[in-house]
Design a protein around this ligand. Sequence first.
Ligand SMILES: Cc1cc2nc3c(=O)[nH]c(=O)nc-3n(C[C@H](O)[C@H](O)[C@H](O)COP(=O)(O)O)c2cc1C
Length: 341
Amino acid sequence: MTNKFFYFQAAFIKILIGIAVLLTTNNKVTSKKIIEIFDIFFFLRNLPSNLNNEHITFQLPRMGTMLELIKQRRSTRTFENAPLLGKLCHDVHSIVHSDNTGPFKTPIKVKLIDRQEYIKQNRNMGTYGFVKGIRSCIVGVLDERSTNGMVDYGYIIQKKIVKLLQMDLGTCWMGGSFNRNEFKDALNIPSNKFIPAIIPIGKARPKSLIERALCSLVKAKTRKPFEELFFKDSFDQPIKDTQAGEWYTPLEMVRWAPSVDNCQPWRIVIENNAVHFYMKKQLSLESSLVHINLHAIDMGIAMAHFELGCKEINKFGDWKVFEEKKVNSDQIKYINSWKFF
Ligand SMILES: Cc1cc2nc3c(=O)[nH]c(=O)nc-3n(C[C@H](O)[C@H](O)[C@H](O)COP(=O)(O)O)c2cc1C
């Protein structure tokens, strides 16, 4: 109530100042006037969210099916710079610190950090300005930089991200545009350990210009068609969305998963007793991102989405490596399989 009163009062004063600025200085249209008009416009446009979210104290859970939720998800790169408080803070902590077991059982430590601690330590969070308004961030650590470890990292953290999404919190995977060494120093992580990626979380704000440019660069709103990603029995038999039958939901949830540069490296072959996951190697083989194997994280993310999709259609199973499926050519690498019970 106090917040509402404060913001209405502030809005009213801003409008008065705006009108005064417009009426003074001999009616000339100066750049200052234009800036002031824009400022008032954006202030009023954001007023409803300002009224509700001076601090993020509670959130309404998102409704709809898991598939709708996953399809609506987009990376958030502009956050409201506010701390998580009260019950929300408690809930986020318990999600982030709960079950950290992936299909390959890699030991992974995951932590929720608050940027305020960094400011106190005179640190700037090392994200090169790609993501604005970060206050809270998930950071995890691996003992070594293995493909299986990276798959597990993607899998366990994406499951947490989906729960946070249900609480209407935005997130963005960041594997390239952050300074690993700065994070390691700040968190006192020994030099032989590895941070595969960090994930800022919080309430989303309207997209910044940089964010809109970045999304259009990687065509973030589009995905490859079904028949380029999914197959029946062998890679010779692509599946169209209309042919997916009961598999439509889990596959569509994989299709809409986030991935590095939106390159969607997952390829899936469905057989009678299991669904096999392969990683398509990317053209930019020399890039440093590929060098640290971020695409293995993409695979873990896809596996998490697939498993959640199977839950939706009551197809129960578990992850199992099929030795006979192991291929590791220039083109493709076998990762893991979902074996039905
Ligand atoms: C493992 C991983 C690392 C990523 N690293 C970055 C990054 O460093 N900077 C960034 O802006 N986006 C990063 N992204 C986000 C992707 O660019 C984004 O998921 C993709 O473009 C699809 O867009 P969407 O998430 O909005 O659907 C990363 C995503 C994944 C899965």
